[in-house]
Design a protein around this ligand. Structure first.
Ligand code: DC
Length: 225
C-alpha cells in the first residue's frame, strides 16, 4: 500500500513550499491539488463562464481534461493536452478557483483523479480537503496554518520581489474572504481532520516547519529520524 501524507490548510500557510521540500527529502511525489482547481478555473475563465453559473459549469466540466505529469520532479498541469502550469498562479485564477471549487461537479472530477494517483504512489498531497475527504486513510495528516497577518505579509513580500506594488491591507482582506469561502462551502469545506496534527508556521522558518513535519512522518513510519 502506498504511503500517503495529507497537508491541508488555508491559503498562504506555506503548504506547497513545505510539501515540496518534504517530497524532495523523502523521494515522494508532491501533488498540488490547488493547481488542479486552478486549471479548471482557468478553463472556465477562457470559456467566459461566470462563477455563479452552476449549470454552465456542470455542462462544461466534462470538456476539461485535467492531467498532471512530472518533469524533473516538478508537477506540470495539462488542460486538454496543453501545459497550462505557467498561467495558474495569478490572483484572478486563484479567486476563480476558490469560487468554482464549491461546485460538486468540479470536486467530484478532481477528487477521483487525486485518489487514483495516491493509490499506487507514495505522495505528499496538499489542499483543503485531503485529510478529511480525499485521503481519509492517509498515514500522516497535517493541518498547517499561520496567522492572517503572517500569511498576508508573506504574499506581500512575494509580490514585492516580483517587482509589483502590493497593498498589504487589500491582500489581508482577500485572504480573509478566501478563508471564509473555503471554510464555509457546503461540500468538503476546509477544516482540520480529527486525526490531523496542527502545525502553526507563524514565526517559524521553512526549515523549521519541514523539520517538525519530517519528525512526525518518521515517527509514524516507524523510522529513526
Ligand atoms: O491552494 P491554492 O491557493 O492553489 O487553491 C486554490 C483554490 O482551490 C482554493 O482557494 C480552494 C480550492 N481548493 C479546494 O477547494 N480543494 C483543494 N484540495 C485544493 C484547492
Amino acid at each position: 500500500m502506498a504511503f500517503n501524507i495529507a497537508i491541508d490548510g488555508p491559503a498562504g500557510a506555506g503548504k506547497s513550499t513545505v510539501a515540496k521540500a518534504l517530497a524532495a527529502r523523502m523521494g515522494y511525489v508532491y501533488v498540488d491539488t490547488g493547481a488542479m482547481y486552478r486549471a479548471m478555473a482557468y478553463f472556465f475563465l477562457q470559456k467566459e463562464i461566470g462563477k455563479e453559473d452552476e449549470s454552465a459549469i456542470i455542462g462544461a466540466v466534462d470538456g476539461a481534461d485535467v492531467t498532471i505529469r512530472y518533469e524533473n520532479g516538478t508537477q506540470q498541469v495539462f488542460l486538454n493536452g496543453e501545459n497550462v502550469t505557467g498561467f495558474l498562479r495569478t490572483e484572478e485564477v486563484g479567486n476563480m478557483a476558490s469560487q468554482t471549487s464549491v461546485y460538486p461537479a468540479v470536486r467530484k472530477k478532481l477528487v477521483a483523479l487525486q485518489q487514483k494517483l495516491a493509490k499506487t504512489t507514495d505522495v505528499i498531497m496538499d489542499g483543503r480537503d485531503i485529510g478529511t475527504c480525499v485521503l481519509p486513510d492517509a498515514q500522516v495528516k497535517i493541518y498547517l496554518t499561520a496567522s492572517t497577518q503572517t500569511r498576508a505579509k508573506r504574499r506581500f513580500d512575494e509580490l514585492l520581489a516580483k517587482g509589483e506594488m502590493p497593498d498589504l491591507k487589500q491582500i489581508e482582506a482577500d485572504i480573509k474572504e478566501r478563508d471564509y469561502r473555503d471554510m464555509h462551502r457546503e461540500m468538503s469545506p476546509l477544516m482540520q481532520a480529527d486525526d490531523a496534527l496542527l502545525v502553526d508556521s507563524s514565526g517559524l522558518s521553512v526549515d523549521e516547519v519541514v523539520a517538525r513535519i519530517a519528525a512526525i512522518v518518521d515517527e509514524r513510519a516507524g523510522r529513526e529520524p
